[in-house]
Design a protein around this ligand. Sequence first.
Ligand SMILES: NC(=O)c1ccc[n+]([C@@H]2O[C@H](COP(=O)([O-])OP(=O)(O)OC[C@H]3O[C@@H](n4cnc5c(N)ncnc54)[C@H](O)[C@@H]3O)[C@@H](O)[C@H]2O)c1
Length: 369
Amino acid sequence: MKRMKLSLTHEMNHSYDILIGNGIMDRAALVLAKGNPEGRYVVIADSTVAGLFGDTVRGILKDAGLTVDMIEFAAGETSKTPETVISIARQLIEIRADRDTTLIALGGGVTGDIVGFTASLYMRSVPYIHVPTTLLAQVDSSVGGKTGVDLPEGKNLLGTIYQPRLVVIDLTFLQNLPETQMKDGLAEIVKYGIIDDEELFSSLENDIGKIGARDIDYIQSLVERACKIKKGIVEIDEHDRGMRRMLNFGHTLGHALEAESGYSLSHGNAVALGMIAAARISEKKGHLGASERRRIEALAGALGLPVSIPAAFDAERLYERMQGDKKRKNGILHFVLLKRIGMPFVNGSIDRRTITETIEEMRVKCTNS
Ligand SMILES: NC(=O)c1ccc[n+]([C@@H]2O[C@H](COP(=O)([O-])OP(=O)(O)OC[C@H]3O[C@@H](n4cnc5c(N)ncnc54)[C@H](O)[C@@H]3O)[C@@H](O)[C@H]2O)c1
């Protein structure tokens, strides 16, 4: 089992461990039992994950001597709403969860965001633990403490930054993860390669077969690398005021696509398209060479991620959606662009025409060089 420490200096928060390994849930339960033997825990999972792993995880925690309850909500991004948070809070009250109760987010990024948000609000905050079960949640959303829910106006518009007490990343959960969800996680790993680690990007290019074969040791190495990058960035900029904005690479258009599709387009697919658009804009503005942009498109394509925007999307409407992005500062939309793979920067002066033209190109002929 690999242990990383995310160290924060902010007085309201604390540092925490990220445990990574294959089949580590029982050891993690013993860690919890050792730290707080009287502890009370409530596992919160969506309907799919509760059905797949709810009993097992509850059993492991109970075997370690812990008191455990379970709360379920309907699977899917459409559950990431204030209503779900209120419903969970009311169920917590019903089972008499108090300020010493720890919530456990068992599931993907949707569950993590909902549970983290609920934990930051319930009885003016209770501790919570992430047990991510999708690749996306293991490499991204479970680390860094961003929580939140969507509003009809856009994604993640209501949220907090509230750090978990522990993150337990068990690769076993990925064994039967559907291909679509694997790809969503891979999109975020590609993002880390692009923004921080050219070697990671090359490794993905060269070892694509290992991903297809679901080589668990290789996937664990990707998870460890991704968590190390994210942890490093969060340690420098917990509150998303500078460096952390690099993690938003591909997300400005990505979030607009997701919301505009009514969340039928997955987060990873939307981010993949957003990353390609950002690379194209970087090239148009003379920052990025065409060969680097082509490498990004080729890797996305090879991983089975989309490289063209479905014709049903309207460029002007997407632009309007982007105006609602919460990363907008003083009315200016900040795009993360590239000088080369591994070297991002923030640019706040991308004109409307460049953005809509890029979207139009991607609707018709993205694979053109
Ligand atoms: N907080 C952050 O820093 C952060 C970062 C990135 C993304 N996010 C958020 O994460 C969300 C996307 O996360 P996601 O892709 O994990 O979505 P998700 O949580 O909806 O999971 C996707 C689907 O996979 C199912 N599932 C989960 N684990 C499974 C398993 N092991 N086997 C089989 N099925 C499984 C779920 O039930 C769900 O139907 C978005 O809402 C996004 O905004 C948050």
